[in-house]
Design a protein around this ligand. Sequence first.
Ligand code: SR1
Ligand code: MG
Length: 398
Amino acid sequence: MTEQEAIDYAREKLHYFDEAASLSCKEIGDGNLNYVFRVIDDKTGQSLIIKQAGPVARISDEFIVSPDRNRIETDILRLQGTLAPGYVPEVYHYDAEKNCVVMEDLSDYTILRAAFLKHETYPKLAEHLSTFLVETLVSTSDLVLNHKEKKELVKSFTNPELCEITEDLVYTEPFYAHPRNDVFLGTRHFVEREIWGDKILALETAKLKFQFLTNAQALLHGDLHTGSIFVTQDATKIIDPEFAFYGPAGYDVGTIIANLIFAYVNAEHTSEGPSERESFQAYITTTIETLIDSFKTKFIQAFEAKATEHVARYDGFLEHYLQSVLEDATAVAGLELCRRIIGIAKVADITSIANTEARTKAEITCLTLGKAFILDRAKYQTGTDITNALKGATHVTH
Ligand code: SR1
Ligand code: MG
């Protein structure tokens, strides 16, 4: 669609605006895959979003991606809207021919990554995210769902092309000298020695990749970074679940932890002074600790309230299950920390660090932590286990 076609589409198909309304439209997408149009009634300010999926990724036509991702996004937004009310945008319409989904405009909200680049803080974020994670992950797992019903969901949310992107960009390419990687010059030597040169690390990433390929544990968002979260001081909305599929429940938890860490590392190198740095970093550490510890508490509560599987209630099973989810979360945080530094898809938290030496330090902090999280994933079971490691890695010199 062009911007004009989006206006025509809104008029002809959506019956959302007054017939006589004067509409304008801007393409506002800044992600790697899709086109996002905001259509607005100039007089009333009433607005909506049309998100359209093309046959190749916006970032590069090397990635052929099925437009069916729009159907998946629509279905999971509707499902998440019932499991975790208030945490996702409302879907108004899905069009399988035009491959677009029409939804609530969240223009009163800010994208969390952009807010974090300004070192803004959102005190309710950890509670909101832990609730969203538990409600969506526990309720779609075999702990709660009838197993046949769950298998129907597994079928419906089979998402091979988007999973392939994750399999390649998160689990594979960053861990050897793949031509698609994009390594910052200052970091290259460290990457060659500490990441590509480490066979034990390679083996652990292989184990984790097979876990991602085969463990259909819960219905995931699949790409829960800070660019997929909209915030105000009071509310949090999770957007963009087009990578959704049945995978290891720790995947979403780990992805968001890594992206909170990128914000912390950004503040280390770009804050105006010690007071801005210390207060923002204290906020991020509290957010990580509350996120993990509330996730555990809410997970246990949700299990007690909702689990239907008989054997899941045997003594020790819940502890075993939760511990493995947390272990996966730590490992995924490690993978995400490495892939955003080494691989093709970067994060602005790091690329916006203008000073070469500071960016190199920031990247090495992320890689050091990422490697430790992958190798020693079982060791990190609490929020402070993670934040102590973060503080340690930030202040080491290499
Ligand atoms: C080709 S897509 C690259 C990355 O952007 C998405 O947001 C996912 O994180 C993916 O890995
Ligand atoms: Mg996205």
